[in-house]
Design a protein around this ligand. Structure first.
Ligand code: O7M
Length: 211
């Protein structure tokens, strides 16, 4: 299965609920992060969760273990089913997120490599590979890997095996769904869907890539 994950980075509560509702039949999960949570409040998570789709918290949690635990407790209490963490703070920080996620029956994903050009400043020279080792060590459920660099997704897949890969960078950032979908478990798409005049139709256009 290659899921379609709607990245709902709008900053209005009503707009978010309208787009999510319209797209719900065409998507497999919703990801929200700081743009919507800061604009609408964390309560938006509970409202979106009512759609019955998995809801991923993209807060790229990156603190000491105790603070990560406190953040993740809020995330899962709010109704999310998964959290995304940064791996660079180290395995103990990731473990805090994994333990909180699993205690709530949820999942934890670790950013292994980012999709934008400047990401290569630090996500290079063996760092993503080391982050994949941390995913294995901590029991995290999968990684975030860039749809803008399919060859890197292939390389990281060889390291993480059957753990899940969620991949952003399709559409607005230039990633090609036909190329990336066979390599990953989830395509993360934001502007190409929520920025379209007809968001549901834009989401439906990804149907051929949802296996
Ligand atoms: O399709 P877009 O470009 O409008 O949105 C992509 C979303 O994925 C947006 O929410 C980004 O913050 C996020 N993202 C990336 O674009 N690149 C990354 O490397 C990582 C993420 C992400 O989701 O990290 C968890």
């Amino acid at each position: 299965m290659t899921d379609l994950v709607l990245s709902l980075d709008v900053t209005g509560r009503k707009e978010a609920l309208r787009i999510a509702g319209a797209c719900a039949p065409e998507i497999d999960a919703i990801k929200i992060g700081y743009p919507l949570a800061l604009a609408a409040g964390l309560g938006i998570a509970g409202e979106l969760a009512e759609l019955g789709l998995p809801l991923i918290a993209d807060f790229k949690v990156a603190d000491i273990p105790n603070t990560n635990t406190l953040i993740c407790e809020q995330v899962f209490a709010a109704g999310f089913s998964a959290v995304i963490a940064q791996g660079f703070p180290g395995p103990d920080s990731v473990t805090a997120c994994v333990e909180a996620a699993h205690a709530h029956g949820g999942e934890c994903y670790v950013v292994a490599e980012m999709s934008h050009p400047g990401a290569l400043t630090f996500f290079s020279a063996g760092v993503p590979e080391r982050l994949c080792e941390i995913v294995a060590e901590t029991g995290a459920d999968g990684i975030i890997a860039p749809a803008t660099r399919p060859e890197r997704v292939r390389a990281l897949r060889a390291l993480i095996g059957k753990k899940k890969i969620l991949s952003p960078g399709i559409g607005a950032q230039g990633g090609d769904p036909a190329e990336i979908a066979p390599l990953v478990d989830g395509m993360i798409v934001g502007r190409a869907i929520y920025g379209a005049a007809d968001a549901a139709a834009a989401a439906r256009a990804y149907a051929p890539y949802r296996r």
